[in-house]
Ligand binder design. Structure first.
Ligand code: ADP
Ligand code: MG
Length: 475
């Protein structure tokens, strides 16, 4: 018994030593009982200087209120993902994201653990990017028109009627200053479309700046967007954010639904009055920026999942474009495949004439979860390995070849996509509930255990209508 305990203690110590996060554990009295090398590195201390000592002794700048470890012991409530920014005893600026959890043993409080992830390097990197952007931001000359963007709306190739309509509409609305919301699955051309709008707008000679809102810690995203003022925290310098850098131009906020909700409130205020305030500054300054936001899920879903604030959504929803996934515009598959073959013929100095019938059949049946991006990469790969005049099944990437060999041809395309299969299942369940309740939305939503509004949204999303004979149609 004692032996296994000793071993698991060693194993635990080895694991904690090996991980990337700083770990700090204190007992109920606030004495450190575990403190790893990474935590010591953050704090600029030796493990031995901290171990066994009261936290407040080792970190005299903290008190019962400001020490998250002591606070969690007192409140017994976890604190998640709190950013901390401080200068350690060696004068090094450290930025961490901390999660602090109470520890209970056999139902009794025993102490608290803090897990700290260092993102100083990430922060430094994005700040140097901001500085760089500031340096290259010069008023562009007329001849420099296209420098900011790679694409125009003409680069968006399509023979699908609905996409052509969207393109036409975009040309018309490009001149307006209202915010725009674009949604569509990943790879279906959102960024291309947004760049195209910027190019077609009167802002074309002004900056186009794109920022992905996913995967950036909240406090960092805030200072990237709004800038920082000197002294807002130790070591902060005066630095404009993307809103100021994009002045006169377009700011593209990709994956807006990943932006923390509180930050969305701040964004809404800028959209409303065009005033930005650097983090830590009392001053507002006026900017003239057109915001275009994008997301790869349906806005209805983002609202339902509370990933986007309703008020921000309505502000952005003035001009909304939904780009179709490739599988829903089958005619574009052949058309774009041909286009990419031509394009790569040019760059690879090849003369591929087209694709075999089998390939075209496969392409049409495939679900293309990565949309046009996936098609483009597939063609690029096949052009590299192809030896004959036509792209054939031999040239397919391994994964696709396997799908083809696994009797893929007979299956309806959408079965391969998790999302579509789930949607199919969802439709089936809704259909069932509606039939059982004679299309009584209220009772059907009860049966499905979802709010009535959610059911109504799903009905319109799937375009499900009641036929006179009580049958449901999907149009
Ligand atoms: N209609 C289209 N015509 C030509 N190329 C396209 C089209 N749609 C997408 N692409 C290409 O596919 C890739 C992915 O497009 P992108 O705009 O980045 O998609 P998203 O932002 O929706 O993920 C890019 O290389 C883009 O040039
Ligand atoms: Mg994109």
């Amino acid at each position: 018994m004692i032996e296994t305990q000793a071993i698991s203690k060693e194993v635990l110590a080895a694991i904690l030593k090996g991980i990337d996060e700083g770990i700090h554990v204190v007992d109920l009295n606030g004495n450190t009982i575990f403190y790893n090398e990474i935590a010591a590195k953050h704090d600029g201390l030796e493990v031995s200087e901290v171990l066994g000592k009261p936290v407040l002794k080792v970190f005299p700048s903290l008190d019962e209120e400001t020490s998250t470890l002591l606070k969690v012991i007192k409140t017994k409530t976890p604190i998640y993902n709190q950013t901390q920014s401080y200068v350690n005893v060696h004068g090094v600026q450290i930025e961490t994201i901390n999660t602090t959890l109470p520890i209970t043993v056999n139902g009794k409080a025993a102490g608290a653990v803090e897990i700290a992830k260092d993102y100083s390097r990430l922060k430094l990197l994005s700040e140097s990017l901001l500085d760089l952007q500031k340096k290259i931001k010069r008023p562009a000359k007329k001849t420099n028109k296209l420098k900011n963007v790679q694409y125009t709306l003409d680069s968006l190739l399509t023979i699908n009627k609905e996409m052509q309509k969207i393109k036409k509409e975009a040309v018309k609305l490009a001149k307006s200053d209202s915010p725009i919301l674009v949604f569509g699955e990943s790879g279906c051309g959102k960024e291309l479309f947004v760049q195209g709008i910027h190019h077609a707008s009167s802002r074309t000679s002004r900056p186009f700046i794109a920022q992905n809102c996913a995967a950036i810690p909240e406090s960092l995203l805030e200072s990237i967007l709004f800038g920082t003022a000197k002294g807002s925290y130790t070591g902060a310098v005066d630095r404009p954010g993307l809103f100021e850098l994009a002045d006169g131009g377009t700011l593209f906020l990709d994956e807006i639904h990943a932006m923390p909700i509180e930050l969305q409130a701040k964004l809404l205020r800028v959209l409303e009055d065009g005033m930005v305030r650097r983090v830590g500054s009392p001053k507002n300054s006026q900017v003239n920026v057109r915001v275009i936001a994008a997301m790869n899920i349906h806005p209805g879903e983002a609202l339902e999942q509370k990933q986007i604030r309703t008020d921000l959504f309505y502000r952005l929803n003035v001009l909304t474009f939904g780009l179709l996934p490739l599988r829903e515009r089958a005619e574009d598959i052949d058309f774009l495949a041909k286009h990419f073959i031509n394009q790569f013929n040019h760059s690879f100095n090849k003369d591929v004439k087209g694709s075999t019938k089998e390939i075209l059949k496969f392409f049409n049946a495939y679900s293309w979860p990565g949309n046009v991006r996936e098609l483009k990469h597939t063609i690029e790969y096949m052009m590299n390995v192809c030896e004959g005049d036509f792209l054939e099944t031999e040239d397919l990437p391994v994964m696709m070849k396997q799908k083809l060999q696994a009797g893929f041809k007979g299956l309806p395309a959408r079965r391969l996509s998790l999302r579509s299969s789930l949607e199919d299942l969802e439709k089936e369940l809704i259909e069932n509930a509606l039939q059982q309740t004679d299309w009584n939305i209220k009772r059907a939503s009860k049966l499905l255990d979802i709010p009535r509004q959610t059911l109504q949204y799903k009905l319109s999303k799937y375009k499900m209508n009641a036929h006179e004979n009580g049958q449901i149609s999907h149009s």
